[in-house]
Design a protein around this ligand. Structure first.
Ligand code: 6PG
Length: 482
């Protein structure tokens, strides 16, 4: 009997997804590109290690493709970038019209836009699918974000439904996202929210640890309380676990080098936001914080030159803990608002018609940013396309704002770096201030470059230029400072 689906790529994610398919009795063939010069038979060895009637491993591409039922359905779980194009070139020689290729990696969505149409020209259906949940999610139920060719989606829908995580109503955390590379686009935004959420928690931990002088076990307990007190979130939950882990007398966290890695999706979101003129500072700061963190040697040198050290807060710990919690809650709201605003802009530009309530629903389980807040967003985005316009969130933001700004002031004045906290407050204020300081920027631009400006209450929308030197003289004829 032929396999229903084939997976190319036997990294952690490819293997876990294969095991997920077979545990749902979906016949699966696996294949791994042989690394040049290496004789490792990764796919066949993996199949031998996991004896199951539904799993077949191949080290030869031709045999692998022969093992698949027609039309062939092939899931690529290989690194993003040129490896995908090379694999597609290689496959194109073997594939027939109507076959389906799914890219389940973290590909850049513009590459996926291109691949969907290139493959379409060859008669091959292409699905660009975001997959979230890490190794455990892939094995037990990821959040799946397929986009691209709708006809192809319908042919794999049932398989994807079977392996996906389930939401609170038992529905699969999987939906057809939209055309072209929209599935990879929303996964990219998911990841930038992930970056923001992780950085916000890291800032909380630093404030509690060095500002309130709490040890990691105490912080872990506080976070467990928050989890049970309306702040349910996967990332907070794993942080509470991480903080409690010791190696001998020491906390493992203290033994880990403070230089954060990144594979690109956070930065791509920022570039996309810049290209589409979407303000993105809170999540951009999370990317920058990782970049700064990776300059460990330079930081160590400057830290000594500046005699940097955190200074503890002298205030009531219980009250401050509550204020940090509130600041964190607001920062999270702003992180999500930022990410969703990018999705809205790009969806409108490409006419993708993204359904933000449905996107939130498939992010309520299986994925890394699942949380109680995400559950709320399912309802909220049925009513609005911006959290800052939703009645309940307007009151929440108003209530929490003073704690966010207070904690930022306190933290900065005690030498804590709070990039995402600070950026989220600035972003919020930037969005709600009616009369901003940008009139001055326009005047400066016009002064040195005759870039012109528009005037308030001028319905014509005309552009004006002022001869500022002359205007200055006319305004202050007696001034000595000409
Ligand atoms: C997920 C994650 C995952 C991502 C890693 C690492 O949703 O399962 O987003 O896809 O690759 O979290 O990303 P960075 O190396 O960029 O942190």
């Amino acid at each position: 009997m032929k396999s229903k689906i084939g997976i190319i790529g036997m990294g952690v994610m490819g293997k876990s997804l294969a095991l997920n398919f077979i545990s749902n009795t979906i016949g699966t063939s696996v294949y791994n590109r042989t690394v040049q010069g290496k004789e490792e038979k990764i796919a066949s060895t993996f199949a031998e290690e996991n004896l199951d009637l539904n799993l077949r491993g191949y080290d030869d591409l031709g045999e692998f493709l022969q093992s698949l039922e027609s039309p062939k359905k092939i899931l690529l779980m290989i690194p993003a970038g040129s490896a995908i194009d090379q694999q597609l070139d290689q496959l194109s020689g073997f594939l027939e019209k109507g076959d389906i290729v799914i890219d389940g990696g973290n590909s850049f969505y513009e590459d996926s836009n291109r691949r969907v149409s290139e493959m379409q020209e060859k008669g091959i259906h292409y699905l660009a699918m975001g997959v979230s949940g890490g190794e455990e999610g892939a094995l037990k139920g990821p959040s799946l974000m397929p986009g691209g060719n709708k006809e192809a989606f319908e042919q794999v829908e049932d398989y994807l439904k079977s392996i996906a995580a389930k939401d609170k109503n038992g529905n699969a955390c999987m939906t057809y996202v939209g055309p072209e590379g929209s599935g990879h686009f929303i996964k990219m935004v998911h990841n930038s929210i992930e970056y923001g959420e992780m950085q916000a928690i890291a800032e909380v931990v630093h404030l509690l640890r060095f500002g309130l002088r709490l040890n990691p076990s105490e912080i872990s307990r506080i976070m467990r309380n928050w989890l049970n007190d309306g702040l349910q979130s996967y990332l907070l939950e794993i942080t509470a676990d991480i903080l409690a882990v010791k190696e001998g007398e020491e906390y493992l966290l203290d033994l880990i080098l403070d230089a954060a890695g990144q594979k690109g999706t956070g930065g791509w979101s920022l570039i996309t936001a810049l290209n589409h003129h979407v303000p993105y500072s809170p999540l951009a700061e999370a990317v920058t914080a990782r970049q700064l963190s990776s300059q460990k040697t330079k930081r160590s040198e400057l830290s000594k030159l500046f005699n940097h050290s955190f200074r503890a807060f002298g205030e009531d710990k219980v009250i401050l803990m509550e204020r940090v919690k509130n600041a964190y809650m607001l920062c999270r709201i702003i992180n999500h608002e930022t990410g969703y605003s990018l999705m809205k802009e790009v969806s409108d530009k490409y006419s993708w018609n993204l359904n933000f309530s449905e996107i939130s629903r498939i992010w309520t389980n299986g994925c890394i940013i699942r949380s109680g807040l995400m559950e709320e967003l399912v309802e909220v985005y049925q009513e609005t396309d911006s959290l800052l316009r939703h009645k309940k969130f307007i009151s929440k933001v108003k209530e929490l704002k003073k704690d966010l700004t207070y904690i930022i002031g306190l933290g900065l004045s005690h030498d804590f770096a709070l990039p995402v906290f600070s950026a989220s407050a600035n972003y919020l204020l930037g969005r709600i201030i009616e009369n901003s300081s940008a009139n001055l920027i326009q005047a400066q631009r016009d002064y040195f470059g005759a870039h012109t400006y528009q005037r308030k209450n001028d319905a014509s929308g005309a552009f004006y230029h002022t001869d500022w030197q002359k205007a200055k003289e006319q305004s202050n004829p007696n001034s000595q400072n000409k």
